[in-house]
Ligand binder design. Structure first.
Ligand code: ATP
Ligand code: MG
Length: 294
């Protein structure tokens, strides 16, 4: 017999497939804290748990994910917009059942599409809506208009930090700006590169205390990843660490993080007639369109 929590989760899943996939933006204040590794392994971990997920590489210019798993995309999302290609030409079948889209260079174009291209993008996104349950978006560090817009449009914002004070201060900076524009954002935290098991919780508590005091904002602490040479070895071998070293501490910790994320009950969003992905994209480009037409 299913327990109540399981029943709720199934209800949540059904509502998701009806309205489209949940979008999760992985971000950080400081660079190099492990965003791309988290995004890749978290997305794969969702797939492992039977949740179809797509990884969208939006780290403009650096092609992070490409390097992490040693693939070179034939076509990018920017190509799709520019050349009006069907989406299935830009979705790559990555390793271990993971689907991938590379943003491509000149991603600023994404935010400045004209009416005809917008129509094309929205139609293509519709084909994606029924295909996956989650879209994990890897971004560059820090705050630009584009990355802020991305965070505001997404269902979930996953902030990655390390226990270092510099990383933590920068993470707080991102949360502060985000809260300024949307107090309702679903914020999640992962503390990466912990040298002691308790360091993650300690770091999360520190950040939560400041966020509570100055922003009156709570976030979900999803868990920590240990500093683990398995991650570095996997990067060198261009493999995801959860697949190359499934018994490693980092891989085990990623499982806990994924379970924690999936175990959460998100409040039911009103069912949008046009679907979650369409409204994500429209919301994403809205500030830029207002600027252009205003
Ligand atoms: N848990 C970990 N244990 C050991 N090393 C790690 C861990 N996480 C990340 N690293 C190291 O840090 C490097 C940078 O990680 P990653 O590329 O994921 O960071 P990033 O935040 O995406 O960087 P950028 O801001 O440049 O996009 C990795 O190549 C790896 O060597
Ligand atoms: Mg990166």
């Amino acid at each position: 017999m299913k327990d109540q929590a399981e029943g709720l989760r199934e209800k949540m899943r059904r509502s998701q497939t009806k309205t489209g996939p949940r979008t999760i933006v992985v971000t950080s204040g400081k660079g190099g804290v492990g965003k791309s590794n988290v995004a890749l392994n978290f997305a794969l971990s969702l797939v492992e748990r039977g949740k179809p997920a797509l990884l969208f590489d939006l780290d403009v210019g650096f092609a992070n994910i490409d390097i992490l798993i040693g693939y070179s995309p034939r076509k990018t999302f920017v190509d799709m917009i520019e050349q009006q290609l069907p989406l299935n030409q830009v979705i790559e079948r990555g390793p271990y059942g993971l689907e991938l889209i590379s943003g491509g260079s000149g991603l600023g174009k994404l935010f400045h599409v004209d009416q005809e291209k917008l129509h094309h993008v929205l139609l293509q996104l519709d084909t994606l809506a029924s295909r996956v349950d989650y879209i994990v978006l890897d971004t560059g560090a820090g705050l630009s208009h584009e990355s802020l817009s991305l965070m505001l449009a997404a269902d979930d914002v996953l902030v990655v930090t390390t226990p270092e004070p510099t990383s933590l201060t920068d993470a707080y900076g991102v949360i502060k700006v985000l809260c300024k524009y949307n107090r309702e954002s679903h914020l999640h935290l992962i503390v990466n590169r912990c040298t002691k098991p308790w360091e993650g919780l300690q770091t999360a508590r520190r950040l939560q205390a400041v966020a509570q005091q100055f922003l009156d904002k709570e976030f979900n602490y999803l868990g920590y990843l240990p500093h683990d040479s398995a991650v570095q070895k996997a990067v060198l071998n261009q493999q995801p660490f959860i697949k190359m070293f499934p018994a490693s501490k980092a891989a085990q910790a990623m499982k806990v993080i994924t379970a924690q994320y999936l175990g959460q009950q998100f409040e039911q969003q009103p069912v949008e007639k046009e679907g979650r992905l369409r409204s994500f994209f429209k919301q994403l480009i809205a500030p830029f369109r207002q600027k252009e037409t205003g």
